[in-house]
Each structure stands twice: as structure tokens, then as C-alpha cells.
Design a binder for this molecule. Structure first.
Ligand code: PEP
Length: 257
């Protein structure tokens, strides 16, 4: 039995005006129960809703961390439209999702860019959730492990062993994101076990055993339990189902068992 605490994180993507975000977080806070203290729960709203969501979580006796969905690697300056890691810390973020496949494909972020962001986040104690995952083509060409290894190695370049305790890895097979097509528990477990083994090679066994590796890709209340029961699946990065308070908490329930 693993000593790792399960970590369920909602990625709201570009969904939620401040008022929509307020009603979603109110649904989560309103149905929160003490048992959730045994898991790590976080939500990542759009930037513009961070303060609103924080205000509705704080002082309510609930334990729900806040994260952002991206940041820029520079600290300040003439970078129109960007947001720095320190600004996110000021907006009460504990986590930042980096290297999401939508950032990699739609916004053409490569491993070098993502690595700069990972290091920028760590430099201000913002905890990166580093997403890795293969496309359908890469899986069909038997390149899954090669892609995962490259994304891990490059994404974690120059990240020290002591900073690894602040890193979460999210394995997100691109073909499973938002498609309703979930990786089978076996496919996901194999990828997670590979990632853990490679972290052990890059760092050491104790870092590999401690690191949280989330699964992401159409995780829903009806498949969460089986996925989360796999020995190397330590949580979920949830897209669609995180936009519904009941579904999000049902996944948190699955993580409790
Ligand atoms: C995601 O985008 O991180 C994700 C896992 O989305 P979904 O759950 O909708 O597949």
C-alpha cells in the first residue's frame, strides 16, 4: 500500500466567468466533507476567477487548494498578455499546470519553454503539475515511452532533487483528453510505472516513490475508482468532470477508498 496521498485537481480550462466560477466553487464547498482532508483537492480556474474562488474557499473550514493553468517564465516586463509565477502566488495559487497538451499543441509550447516555466514556478515556490503524454499517432507508432521519457527529461532539466518534492507529474494521453476515451487501467498503470521508474533513474528511488503521478484523460466518477486503485496512479487531473461540483466530488470520493 502506497504512503502517497491521492491528489485530485480540477482543470477548468477557459470555462467560467467570475460568476460561473463562483457557483461552481460554491457547489464544491457546499458539499465538502471532512473526509476530504485525507486527499489533496485543488481547482484551477481561469486567471480572472482566481481571486473570486479564493474568497469563496477561505475561511469556510474546507481544504481546497488553488492552482493556475499556465504562467510565463520571466518575472516581469514587456511581455504583453503574460502572467508571472509570482503574480500567481500573490493570487493565492499553490499549483500551476504546465505543459498541458493543449498548450503544447494549440500554443506550440515545446519542452524547452515548458522547462523554463517549471523552473520559474519553483523559484517562487509555486508547485508545477507537469503534464506529459503521447498523441494517438505516437501510441500507434509505439513511441509512447520515448515521448514520455523526452517530455520528462526535458521538462525536469536542471530541477534539483530537493525541488522534486514540489513537482507533480500528470500522465495525460492526448487521445484520452476530452474525448470520452479513457486509457484502460492497465494502459495507464503501465505508463505510470514507466514514469516512476524513469524518475528513479533521473533522481533516486525515494524521490520516485514519493512523487505524485496523476492520471488525466476523461476521468469520470464511473471510471475513477478502478484507475485510482492502480498502484502507481496517485490521483487525477480532471477536465470535463471538474466543471460539475457533484462529479468532481464523486471522483474525490473514489480517491478516499
Ligand atoms: C485535461 O484537460 O487535463 C483533462 C484531463 O480533460 P478531460 O478530463 O476532459 O479529458
Amino acid at each position: 500500500m502506497s504512503a502517497r496521498r491521492k491528489f485530485i485537481c480540477g482543470n477548468w480550462k477557459m470555462n467560467g466567468t467570475a460568476s460561473e466560477a463562483a457557483s461552481l466553487i460554491a457547489g464544491i464547498v457546499g458539499n465538502w466533507k471532512d473526509a476530504y482532508r485525507n486527499v489533496e483537492l485543488a481547482v484551477c480556474p481561469p486567471f480572472t476567477a482566481l481571486l473570486e474562488v479564493h474568497a469563496l474557499v477561505s475561511g469556510r473550514g474546507v481544504q481546497i487548494a488553488l492552482g493556475a493553468q499556465n504562467c510565463y517564465h520571466e518575472t516581469k516586463g514587456a511581455f504583453t498578455g503574460e502572467i508571472s509565477a509570482r503574480m500567481l502566488v500573490e493570487a493565492n495559487c499553490t499549483y500551476v499546470i504546465l505543459g498541458h497538451s493543449e498548450r503544447r499543441t494549440i500554443f506550440e509550447e515545446d519542452d524547452v519553454t515548458i522547462n523554463k516555466k517549471v523552473r520559474a514556478a519553483l523559484s517562487v515556490s509555486l508547485k508545477p503539475i507537469l503534464c506529459v503524454g503521447e498523441t494517438l499517432d505516437e501510441r500507434e507508432l509505439n513511441q509512447t515511452y520515448e515521448v514520455l521519457l523526452r517530455q520528462l527529461k526535458e521538462g525536469l532539466r536542471d530541477v534539483s532533487a530537493s525541488d522534486m518534492k514540489h513537482i507533480t507529474i500528470a500522465y495525460e494521453p492526448v487521445w484520452a483528453i476530452g474525448t470520452g476515451r479513457t486509457a484502460t487501467p492497465e494502459i495507464a498503470q503501465n505508463a505510470h510505472s514507466f514514469i516512476r521508474m524513469e524518475i528513479a533513474k533521473l533522481y533516486d528511488d525515494s524521490i520516485a516513490n514519493a512523487i505524485i503521478i496523476q492520471y488525466g484523460g476523461s476521468m469520470k466518477p464511473d471510471n475513477a475508482k478502478e484507475l485510482l486503485a492502480q498502484p502507481d496512479i496517485d490521483g487525477g487531473l480532471i477536465g470535463g468532470a471538474a466543471l460539475d461540483a457533484k462529479q468532481f466530488l464523486a471522483i474525490a470520493d473514489a480517491a478516499l477508498n
